[in-house]
Design a binder for this molecule. Structure first.
Ligand code: GDP
Ligand code: MG
Length: 441
């Protein structure tokens, strides 16, 4: 998905406003990419429509190119799609014990997630009790006990000869007596959606006051995970979803569709087999991950935060650059602006696909060297700054003394400057800026 989207955005070049053509063409590709990522078809359709409605005619934000502007909108819509706010497990108000029921297919990660969540709650000062309601596999009880021991939380079990409803009821009593304030029921799954399983869960709910039903789905199953979520929600009713095995899912399709299809939020994502590998779900981070555009989104934030950069100067400089007249004065000015934005190398590093192309440029703009370069330029006369060709050996050695550096450093800098002059002429186009407006202008 990542590569796909990157290509899409690379091809987006246009003027100050996003035209319908721009957006339509890009979204056609986005649509394909999302479908390939196993995002629900209906969700894709809705999504593409929402982006299109918002994007066409939108002014491209100052400092962004049209491609980045579409990314920004796609990103925002993705966040909306996944539920803008992060949801956490809520303790039931007015109750001394909050009861959470875990459900999901066999192997989805219920037992593991139960223990992971217990660890999180324990850190918050809760006293959880884990309850072994999976009576069909003796190993399941043992597994919960081992996990509970690792997390140093109590596990309640009655072996495999009682039914899950009785176990759940008995556990409530046990929890009350032992001062537990959260009870997590680890139920049995089946390989597929199955009436018995649904009945069993319904029965537990009918007999025990369950405050939150959390569904664990395997992110690697993509679209199936979403269908499973829909079924469980219809039959048992769920309050939230945990997406397990996100560490193995490179596509992110399930994450994108669950909320849209079920209306239920994703609370956590499982990021590995270890009991500490459970992360709160952040829709905005997931959107960035799905977009996979390096840190373009961070870049966009930075640009947004720096809109106050003097526009007049920018335009003037851009005009000069276009004419190939970028001199050391402009260099000083652009360094100043870059510093405001966190340095060129950090900006370039955030551009998709630019990381590797830094090459020589990187050493030139190494943050630590920036001030040294500045000192060199400041040691030049105005004439020298305007006309680098004047820089002969004696001038260079005077500048070196003035800046307190070796003459070799000055030499290298001037040479790199000439190289970057060439590069800068190409940059505005490379970065897809509005007519000559690149990172520098
Ligand atoms: P259950 O049948 O739903 O209780 O599933 P389990 O908790 O027994 O988990 C099934 C398998 O998935 C086990 O091997 C777990 O270690 C593994 N698993 C669970 N969650 C994750 C996760 O977030 N990432 C990875 N890589 N493996 C997981
Ligand atoms: Mg289990």
């Amino acid at each position: 998905l990542t590569d796909k989207l990157q290509n899409v955005f690379k091809n987006l070049r246009s003027k100050g406003r996003l035209t319908e053509e721009d957006v339509k063409a890009a979204l056609k590709e986005v649509k394909m990419a999302l479908l390939e990522a196993d995002v629900n078809f209906k969700v894709v359709k809705q999504f593409v429509k929402a982006v299109e409605e918002r994007a066409v005619g939108v002014d491209v934000m100052n400092g962004l190119n049209p491609g980045q502007m579409v990314i920004k909108i796609v990103n925002e819509e993705m966040v909306t799609l996944m539920g803008s706010e992060t949801t956490e497990i809520q303790m039931q108000p007015g109750k001394s014990i909050t009861v959470i029921m875990m459900c999901g297919l066999q192997g989805a990660g219920k037992t593991t997630t139960t223990a992971k969540i217990a660890g999180k709650l324990k850190l918050k000062g809760k006293k959880p009790l884990l309850v072994a309601c999976d009576i069909y596999r003796p190993a399941a009880i043992k597994q919960l006990q081992i996990n509970g021991e690792k997390q140093e939380v109590d596990v309640f079990s009655m072996g495999e000869h009682h039914n899950p409803v009785d176990i759940a009821k008995a556990s409530m009593e046990h929890a009350g007596k032992n001062g537990h304030n959260v009870v997590i029921l680890d139920t049995a799954g089946r390989l597929h959606i199955d009436e018995d399983m649904m009945m069993e869960l319904q029965n537990i709910k009918a007999n025990v006051e369950v405050h939150q039903t959390l569904l664990v789905v395997d992110a690697m199953t993509g679209q199936d995970a979403v269908n499973v979520a829909k079924e469980f929600d219809e039959k048992v009713g769920i309050d939230g979803v945990v997406l397990s095995k996100m560490d193995g899912d490179t596509r992110g399709g399930a994450a994108l569709s669950v909320k849209a299809v079920t209306g239920k939020p994703i609370l956590y994502v499982g990021m590995g087999e270890k009991l500490s590998d459970l992360e709160q779900f952040y829709p905005d981070r997931m959107a960035s991950r799905i977009l996979g555009m390096g840190d373009v989104l961070t870049l966009i934030d930075k640009v947004q935060a720096n809109l106050d950069i003097d526009e007049g100067k920018e335009k003037e400089m851009a005009a000069r650059m276009k004419k190939g007249k970028f001199d050391f004065n402009d260099y000083l000015e652009s360094m100043k602006q870059m510093k405001k934005m966190g340095g060129l190398s950090s900006i370039m590093g955030m551009m998709p696909g630019m990381g590797k192309q830094l090459g020589d440029m990187e050493s030139m703009v190494d943050e630590k060297q920036l001030s040294r370069m500045e000192a060199i330029v400041l040691s030049m006369t105005l004439a020298e700054r305007e006309n680098p060709k004047l820089l002969n050996l004696s001038r260079k050695s005077r500048i070196a003394r003035g800046a307190g550096v070796d003459i070799a450093v000055v030499n290298r800098f001037v040479k790199q400057f000439e190289q970057s002059q060439k590069m800068m002429k190409q940059l505005p186009g490379m970065m897809g800026g509005k007519k000559g407006r690149g990172m520098f202008g």
